[in-house]
Design a protein around this ligand. Structure first.
Ligand SMILES: [Zn+2]
Length: 224
């Protein structure tokens, strides 16, 4: 009887180890490395090195984000290889208009998504940990546009990570400049394989994100 009890306990523990409390298995570093060997498209690319003139303001590496906490130890933006290649094309298109991309967030480790959910339970604005975020797959970008002359962000309908209805890309904008700016961003992104999120003008999913796994690898591990 005692042995049977022990066996049941071990099976349960193994099960907990494979899946987290939300029933999801996120890919760790060793598994990720194997997946890149099997398919080079899985590689997470350091965008700052890959896309010329890319501006970064990684809010989750600061306390200036909706949680008020520093989530990332390093200010980095990573994305899967095809995502990075698209961003390079978008950046080149924008440069012709005197503009450039500024990244707020790219690949996000799954543990950060869990933390966001446990801080702010509304899945309109934070991803469900039961499914994971497209950011966790290295296939979503939070970004805006800067003017190359000033280095400043061009005016948009709201701040980044605003939970207001004005953040929805379908909400009418009275100011013609802001309306055009939002259109410039969405058009530039959607021309090269992204789709804007329904409640966040700054969030874009890469079409085909379903092919890529949810990962839980932090930036320090990636750079080791
Ligand atoms: Zn996002």
């Amino acid at each position: 009887m005692k042995t049977a009890g022990l066996i049941i306990l071990c099976v349960c523990s193994l099960n907990l180890f494979a899946q987290n409390k939300y029933g999801l298995t996120a890919m760790k570093l060793e598994e990720y490395k194997k997946s890149v060997v099997a398919n080079p498209e899985n590689e997470l690319i350091n965008l700052e090195k890959f896309v010329p003139g890319l501006a970064l303001e990684i809010r989750y590496a600061t306390t200036n984000n909706f949680t008020g906490k520093k989530i990332y130890a390093l200010a980095r933006a990573y994305a899967r290889k095809p995502v990075a290649e698209s961003l390079k094309k978008i950046q080149a298109d924008l440069k012709k208009q005197g503009l450039a991309l500024k990244i707020f967030d790219g690949y996000r480790p799954y543990s950060a998504t869990v933390m966001f959910y446990e801080t702010y339970h509304d899945t309109t604005y934070v991803a469900s940990p039961y499914k994971g975020s497209r950011h966790n797959r290295g296939c979503a970008m939070d970004l805006t546009i800067i003017d190359l002359k000033t280095g400043k962000e061009i005016p948009m309908p709201t701040e980044y990570d605003s939970f207001k209805k004005e953040a929805w890309p379908t909400t009418p904008v009275a100011d013609p400049v802001i309306r055009q700016n939002r259109k410039t961003l969405i058009d530039a992104m959607e021309k090269h394989g992204f789709k804007v999120n329904a409640s966040e003008w700054w969030h874009f999913d890469f079409v085909g994100w379903q092919k890529f796994a949810v990962m839980d690898i932090d930036f320090e591990e990636l750079e080791k």
